[in-house]
Structures are given as structure tokens and as C-alpha cells.
Design a protein around this ligand. Structure first.
Ligand code: NI
Ligand code: MN
Length: 220
């Protein structure tokens, strides 16, 4: 079974029963966090960019768990030399024991000099999951959806720093995704959004509103 475990803001884990993939592990100081950085499990830690609400506790988690950190080189040096890292860049695909990971563009600042923000397309458990990271709407999302049939698109809807519900609904359409999960909203007042508004706007996919601390079976 492939499970999406949502820990709040943009932090979640994909678990296929064998491998645990953790994304943007901002837990300490995250008002939505439902798990402590000391307790979260990971075999791989994916970072989209170096803003504090994404790289978060990544350094401590990879040191404690021995997980492999994946991101652009400017970001993955966060844990120092004791950490297993795989550097990659936009357009690259890694074949990994659970499936594949492709790094795709995001339109956002990187939070680190010389860096660039990214998203990921992940193949795991027979599903394709796209995590947009922090981004605005951009037309090339269509190309991301043309390469892989996206089963689940995990998209920011909070506005202010990223696209809002209106643009995220258009993103679902461009991607041709079958399902969508909104993230990166209501963590703070500045990104307050009603996820039901997003759900109402999406005509082309099924929207799953997952609350922090809840899980979703992606095989269902
Ligand atoms: Ni950001
Ligand atoms: Mn962010």
C-alpha cells in the first residue's frame, strides 16, 4: 500500500511499506506540525529549496536516520560531510530502489545563493506523484504532465508566497492529474485559504483535503 502521511505545511511522507520518502521536513517551529523532528522516519529526504519552511529540520533528520538527502547541490550541503547526499538538477532522473525521482522546475526563489527552487515527480508503488514545492502557476506544468501520467499532484494553494487556489486549480488542469492534494496553506494568517474553495474550482480531478496528522491511501 502506498500511503501519504501529512505532517503539516509542505511536509509529508510517502510510504510504500518498504521505503519512506520525506519531503520538506519543516517540523520545529511549524505551527501545524504533528510529529517531532526526532520521531519522523525517512530513507530519503527530498528538499525543494532552502527556505526555512522547507529545508527545516532536514540536516538533523538525515544525520539521525542515515537517510539520503536529495536536492540541488547548493541545498544538499546542509548536513555537512557526514551525510549521504545525491545532488541533481532540473531535468535529471534518479533510478532508486523504490522507483524513480525526477527533478522538475518550480518558479520561486531558492533561499540560497546560486540555487534554484524545484519540484519532484516521484514514481513509487505503481503511482506517479508530483510535488510542486513552492511555485507560481507556469505553463510548462503541461509538459510535466505529458511525460508522466500524474496520479497525485501535491500543490501549494496558500497564495502570497506561492500560487493560490485559483491558479492551483488551473495547475491541476495543465498537469492532467487524476487527483490533487492541497498543501502550504493556513500555517500562518498570511497564507490562509479555504481548501474547499480549491476543491470547488477543480473540475478535472478528485481533490483530497488531508489535515495535518492524517494519512491518505494512494492506492484507493
Ligand atoms: Ni519558499
Ligand atoms: Mn514555503
Amino acid at each position: 500500500m502506498l500511503t501519504f502521511n501529512y505532517y503539516g505545511h509542505a511536509c509529508f511522507q510517502l510510504d510504500d511499506g518498504k521505503f519512506k520518502l520525506l519531503f520538506d521536513p519543516f517540523l520545529t517551529g511549524n505551527p501545524q506540525a504533528t510529529i517531532k523532528a526526532d520521531d519522523v522516519e525517512a530513507d530519503y529526504v527530498f528538499i525543494t529549496h532552502a527556505h526555512g519552511d522547507h529545508v527545516g529540520d532536514g540536516g538533523e533528520i538525515v544525520l539521525r536516520t542515515g537517510a539520503t538527502a536529495i536536492g540541488i547541490p547548493e541545498v544538499t550541503d546542509f548536513g555537512g560531510t557526514n551525510v549521504k547526499t545525491i545532488d541533481m538538477n532540473l531535468g535529471g532522473t534518479l533510478n532508486l530502489p523504490f522507483g524513480f525521482a525526477r527533478m522538475v522546475p518550480a518558479m520561486h526563489s531558492a533561499g540560497v545563493p546560486g540555487g534554484i527552487a524545484c519540484g519532484y515527480v516521484i514514481g513509487i508503488g505503481g503511482k506517479v506523484v508530483y510535488f510542486a514545492g513552492d511555485t507560481c502557476l507556469f505553463g510548462d506544468m503541461k509538459l510535466i504532465g505529458e511525460r508522466d501520467q500524474i496520479d497525485y499532484a501535491i500543490l501549494p494553494i496558500g497564495g502570497h508566497y506561492t500560487m493560490d487556489s485559483v491558479d492551483a486549480a488551473k495547475a491541476v488542469e495543465l498537469l492532467g492529474a487524476k487527483n490533487a492534494i492541497p498543501v502550504h496553506y493556513n500555517t500562518w494568517d498570511v497564507i490562509s485559504q479555504n481548501p474547499d474553495d480549491f476543491k470547488a474550482r477543480v473540475k478535472t480531478a478528485k481533490v483530497h483535503i488531508v489535515k495535518p496528522g492524517e494519512s491518505l491511501n494512494l492506492d484507493a
